[in-house]
Design a protein around this ligand. Sequence first.
Ligand SMILES: CC(C)(COP(=O)(O)OP(=O)(O)OC[C@H]1O[C@@H](n2cnc3c(N)ncnc32)[C@H](O)[C@@H]1OP(=O)(O)O)[C@@H](O)C(=O)NCCC(=O)NCCS
Length: 215
Amino acid sequence: MHCSIRRMLKEDIPQVTEIDREAFPTQWPPANYKHELENRLARYIVACDEAVESTEPYREPSKKPNGFISRLVQRLKCGNSPRAYLPGPDEQNIVGFAGIWVLSDEAHITNIAVRKKYLRQGIGELLLIQTIELAKGLKADIMTLEVRASNTAAQNLYYKYGFTQVGLRRAYYTDNREDGILMSTENVNLDSYQALFRQQKQAYEQKWHNQPPAG
Ligand SMILES: CC(C)(COP(=O)(O)OP(=O)(O)OC[C@H]1O[C@@H](n2cnc3c(N)ncnc32)[C@H](O)[C@@H]1OP(=O)(O)O)[C@@H](O)C(=O)NCCC(=O)NCCS
């Protein structure tokens, strides 16, 4: 199994829409990802699990984990090499995605979602890390988002990366009139934020890299 994070392509839209429906079943219609890919303010990334026969030569199992997350961590460390960032989309199983809209100095997270069967494996966190990197690369200063008041899983993830509540939008979600919590980071270019980000990234790499191999 070979995994990677790369930018979303139009060929990914059916799988991404499927994940969107699974993750946000009450939101209808789902976001129009074709429009999103054409939106010059938007940037989307996907996490892939390429469940195809590998053509790589067989290697003896190493002591290091070689699972899904371990490979994603490797991607994180290696940066966005063209080969790793743009593999053939027809060979890949997409397990999560994330998107931002960059408006002047603000990067707004529009979506972050992971396939149910892959939850709690560090994929959401990796997508968030990559999203923050992407926003910094696009010269954004702060990151913002809205999250349902009941969505503690997502809120916990955002708290880990320095997001705090900066507002409340009453009955923001039209399906059940649930409140939306508006969250924001401080300036991501400040030393204080950089220190937190580095620390969380290191903890992430350690956590998923030291995991014993499956089986
Ligand atoms: C939010 C979401 C993306 C997290 O993805 P994930 O891959 O399961 O998360 P990870 O395994 O990377 O976990 C990272 C952190 O998120 C938080 N978290 C994730 N799932 C959690 C849960 N069920 N309960 C509490 N905290 C949770 C934790 O802080 C966790 O860090 P920890 O492992 O050190 O405790 C995923 O739950 C999801 O797709 N939810 C549906 C879509 C959604 O609500 N998106 C957010 C819209 S604002």
